[in-house]
Design a protein around this ligand. Sequence first.
Ligand SMILES: Nc1ncnc2c1ncn2[C@@H]1O[C@H](COP(=O)(O)OP(=O)(O)OP(=O)(O)O)[C@@H](O)[C@H]1O
Ligand SMILES: [Mg+2]
Length: 372
Amino acid sequence: MGVEVAVQGLTKSFGSQRIWQDVSLTLPAGEVSALLGPSGTGKSVFLKSLIGLLRPEQGSIVIDGTDILQCSSKELYEIRKLFGVLFQDGALFGSMNLYDNIAFPLREHTKKSESDIRKIVMEKLDLTGLVGAEDKLPGEISGGMRKRAGLARALVLDPEIILVDEPDSGLDPVRTTYISQTLIDINAQSDATILIVSHNINLARTVPDNIGMLFRRQLVMFGPREVLLTSDEPVVKQFLNGTMIGPIGMSEEKDEAQMAHEQALVDAGHHAGGVEDVEGIVPQMKATPGNPERQAVGRRQERVRQIMHTLPANAQAAIQDSLNEAGVDGQYDPQYADASGYVGEWDGNSQDTQVIPAYEGDPYGNTTHGQG
Ligand SMILES: Nc1ncnc2c1ncn2[C@@H]1O[C@H](COP(=O)(O)OP(=O)(O)OP(=O)(O)O)[C@@H](O)[C@H]1O
Ligand SMILES: [Mg+2]
């Protein structure tokens, strides 16, 4: 099974610029989580912090029992071997063809023979739909293909923790769905802990077990998918529907006057953009038939049973619906189960959400910061 990543009280600044503060969340071992947030909120900075490429000035990141902010560089080197990372820009070597790019970590970190390496590289090329392109240089292929090559390279060492920064950027909607399916299938096959950074709404609605969101230097929330997907937080609703109406503006901060002006335009008939409100929760994607069952599903189901009473009413209803779908008395049936999870506490700041006390027995120190 993948490894749990426990983040507590994390704060990161560049000089006098605070990027985010007091971020606490736990990526449950073997589950798929997503971190959403508008551009520039520090999602990529968070991802780079998790592998020790950037150094937050406060807090802890405990991976496999080691706090990577306190450990030696030798220990950090060992911890990094657990990770496979797809960076936002793909980070391929421009002078190497795709084959050599993808083979690079195997040649660098293992003593495998070239024929073993070939087998692995071709398998990952196949998984990411790149067979036939292995002789091309990164500069000779499309942005979406570079992204997929970066994913292939992230997977060659069979990592226990997979971080992917905007796997969908540069991909058309259909390829985005294929990448989503690939990530779910990888999770089913490997039981790796996966964190996806994205602003793709479809991916967020259909892929992760747990979802968090960064906004204005805070982690707005983090927890089971049902919590964010049924949230009444204005910033969450705006983000999920992609409309101009709400606290997110073109620049980082949107002031009251701007919000009132936009609302007046919409009241007068102007289209606010985005899609219609999607009612309820769309089902989560499942592993392609032929893959093992996702073990995360059963584990998550168990956890959500324990903490159900601590979740907001909307989330509870959504979870109950999927439990009912799962069969008699909510019996766990991996074929249908898509609901479960955890949150540590809910501060009840949303207007329409009931106040939920902190769940004492929760092993995860997750937080929510209401924006409402
Ligand atoms: N190495 C760095 N030095 C100084 N500032 C940085 C550095 N890396 C990122 N930043 C700043 O941190 C902020 C957050 O950047 P980040 O790339 O994490 O945003 P993001 O949420 O990933 O955005 P996007 O969705 O556009 O990728 C930005 O203001 C950026 O300029
Ligand atoms: Mg980014």
